[in-house]
Design a protein around this ligand. Structure first.
Ligand code: 5RP
Length: 261
């Protein structure tokens, strides 16, 4: 790995523990103004002090995040679909690597849809993006997306997806937590971060998810809805940060969540 690529990886995964708290706010690229992300600037700003890297589109970055901010950026560069369209898996690349350089990002992110009609297309998107990323020293984060088929998220399927993404050259893989998650981690040779998925029933559920994932070997989180759709978003990100960077257990994290109200 060349210096630029290594440096960008270290900007995402903090060198002191090799972990990251990534905040995903890219949902609008296919969901539009999803609840609590109608005004991205308002949602993002209070969370920035607790965020290692923001995952978002170039439109939200340019319009809703100050260029004076020192937060790291993981740029969503796949899309071309919508929740009201025919197929969520029908994605192409929506921003060039040159634009990623212009925006000074530390990684580019795309989704792969394994087991869908657009599996081949999204995997070739990944392979091409890795070629571009290697040329410019920009890591690629692959999201093992499932669209509306949330029931797909089991160990066998996610292990398959994460491994394929890593084999095609992804430098980071974002996936879902599942039972036997340590098996997913063991068979994926690059760092894994977890998505939170749709908002869980209680804050405790979200904290347990983050805790279990990190215990099983995830290198952190790339969570969205369970943070900014929480009734206490700052408390939630602080609590997750403690789990990721301070090895806090769920009880301690819950206290941090409640004390921040
Ligand atoms: C969409 C994404 C989102 O960034 C991802 O799902 C993370 O957010 P959440 O924690 O809300 O699931 O990659 O494909």
């Amino acid at each position: 790995m060349d210096w630029g690529m290594k440096n960008r990886m270290n900007r995402i995964f903090k060198p002191q523990d090799g972990r990251t708290v990534m905040l995903a706010v890219d949902h609008g690229y296919f969901l539009g103004p999803i609840s609590k992300l109608e005004d991205p600037k308002k949602t993002i700003e209070p969370l920035l002090p607790y965020t290692d890297a923001l995952m978002l589109t170039r439109g939200v970055l340019r319009n809703c995040v100050s260029a004076a901010s020192n937060v790291q950026v993981v740029l969503r560069v796949s899309g071309g679909n919508s929740i009201v369209g025919k197929s969520l898996s029908n994605e192409g690349i929506t921003a060039s690597i040159k634009d990623a350089v212009r925006l000074n990002v530390c990684a580019v992110a795309l989704s792969v849809y394994i087991g869908t009609e657009h599996e081949h297309q999204t995997l070739l998107n990944l392979a091409k993006l890795v070629d571009d990323g290697e040329e410019y020293g920009i890591p690629v984060l692959a999201v093992t997306a499932v669209g509306k088929e949330l029931e797909k998220r089991d160990c066998k399927y996610l292990s398959l997806c994460c491994r394929i993404a890593a084999e095609l050259g992804a430098h980071i893989v974002k996936t879902y937590y599942c039972d036997d998650f340590e098996k997913v981690v063991k068979s994926c040779p690059v760092p894994l971060v977890i998505a939170g998925g749709p908002k869980l029933n209680t804050p405790l559920d979200a904290l347990e998810l983050a805790y279990n994932a990190v215990q099983c070997g995830a290198k952190g989180v790339d969570m969205g809805r369970n943070i900014w759709q929480s009734e206490n978003p700052v408390g939630m990100i602080k609590a997750i940060r403690a789990i990721v960077h301070e090895n806090a257990d769920v009880k301690k994290a819950q206290k941090i969540f409640s004390d921040s109200k």
